[in-house]
Design a protein around this ligand. Structure first.
Ligand code: PMP
Length: 408
């Protein structure tokens, strides 16, 4: 970890420097929910609104050309970030949730028929469950669920038998937001493709923590959110294979997504504009472009080593506190530590931690079926980013000792 200077990185993130209560500095450990923003992203938004703000694609005037250029440059940055073959295969969305709804209501409607099965896993976020349930209800398909082990790994041994002639698609998270498990995505995709089944990857928690190569993965679709990769809220990305995106009907109708419109009939624009009806979230797309450039400038071997070191340290320290139990102990994990106390409600713990300046999340983390699997009402979740340090973990541990003292 000597090659990675987390303290230097912290200086780029102004929100980390504040006191949240009197003389109580912030220890921000809620990165799986949303990460903080570095100065270059904040400044890029500022510059956009001060100097370039205008609508895109339609204007002949100077500002509109500047805004269009910046917006499309951001698309190119995102394409490089995912190693997508072509920026045309990058669709800007509102976030992971909208990406999944887009795919389910367009591609899903194309491939899922009555009697078909949609294969999910037990560790999915609600946003990778509910859109597929809505689709299943509409077309008369069923939802099938690949279970997880006690340690929080997928039951890969069951995958071959769960992929059947009726499987229309697989939708699966790359990294679990509750357990931190890194799923063996290439194996899942290879197995699905061997049966001719397309795979939708929820990359909300992998994009922030590992270099993603959609071509090496051979993912059919990959979605993520800007706000978890040091970018703005309200912007996200859908990547899709060209032939699939081209075959799909549009998601929403409106301006910017058309070729010709008459009252009898309309024809649609090509990729990616077919999927971007209306004025897009221009400024935040531009900010996301800066965020992924910022990430691509980091030394990822060093970042991974640092994040693994912080997770290992936190696991040891928190696991050593009397009455705690770690939830999610897969060997292949990143940046999430979920745990419970035997006898203290997660919400009580979270409230005490907050007064100590330690920001964690408590509850079901939008994964109710997973929590039910473990028989828990919720967990306390500390989630890390590259700017977190052992000192943040020490603050968490001190806070947890206070929790023990107050409630134990
Ligand atoms: N999937 C996973 C695995 C997530 O962690 C999240 C965010 N918690 C989402 C989907 C939804 O992302 P968003 O709320 O940004 O649309």
């Amino acid at each position: 970890t000597a090659s990675f200077d987390a303290e230097a990185l912290r200086a780029d993130f102004p929100a980390l420097e504040q006191d949240v209560y009197e003389d109580t500095p912030l220890a921000y450990l809620d990165n799986a929910a949303s990460s903080q923003k570095p100065t270059p992203v904040i400044e890029r938004l500022d510059t956009f609104y001060r100097e370039e703000n205008s609508n895109v694609h339609r204007g002949v005037h100077r500002l509109s050309q500047d805004a269009t250029e910046s917006y499309e440059a951001a698309r190119e940055s995102v394409a490089r970030f995912l190693n997508a073959p072509d920026p045309d295969q990058i669709v800007f969305t509102r976030g992971t949730t909208e990406g999944l709804n887009l795919v389910s209501s367009t591609f899903g409607r194309m491939v899922a028929e009555e009697g078909d099965e949609i294969l999910l896993t037990e560790m999915e976020h609600h946003s990778n469950i509910v859109p597929w349930q809505m689709l299943a209800e509409q077309v008369g398909a069923s939802i099938e669920v690949l279970p997880v082990t006690d340690r929080g790994e997928l039951r890969m041994d069951l995958l071959p038998e769960m992929l059947t002639d009726d499987t229309a698609l697989v939708a699966i998270s790359h990294v679990s937001n509750t357990l931190g498990t890194i799923n063996p995505m290439e194996d899942v995709i290879d197995a699905a493709h061997a049966d001719g089944v397309p795979v939708v990857v929820d990359g909300a928690q992998s994009a922030p923590h590992m270099p993603v190569d959609v071509q090496a993965l051979d993912a059919d679709f990959f979605v993520f959110s800007g706000h978890k990769v040091f970018g703005p809220t309200g912007i996200g990305v859908l990547y899709g294979k060209r032939e699939l995106l081209e075959a799909m009907p549009p998601y929403q109708g409106g301006g910017d997504m058309i070729d010709q419109v008459s009252f009898e009939e309309s024809t649609y624009d090509g990729l990616p504009h077919k999927f971007e009806a209306g004025t897009p979230n221009i400024a935040d797309a531009v900010g996301l472009g800066t965020a992924v450039e910022y990430i691509m400038d980091m030394d990822w071997n060093a970042v991974r080593a640092h994040e693994d070191d912080v997770l290992r340290y936190a696991t040891e320290q928190v696991g050593g506190i009397e009455g705690t139990q770690i939830v999610g102990t897969a060997p292949d994990k990143t940046s999430v530590l979920s745990f419970v106390f035997d006898d203290i409600h997660p919400y009580d713990a979270g409230t005490v931690l907050d007064r100590e300046g330690v920001a964690v999340r408590t509850g079901h983390h939008c994964t109710q079926p997973l929590l039910k699997r473990y028989g828990l009402p919720g967990t306390i979740r500390a989630s890390f980013a590259a700017y977190n340090t052992h000192e943040d973990v020490d603050r968490l541990v001190d806070g947890l000792h206070k929790v023990r003292h107050m409630f134990g």
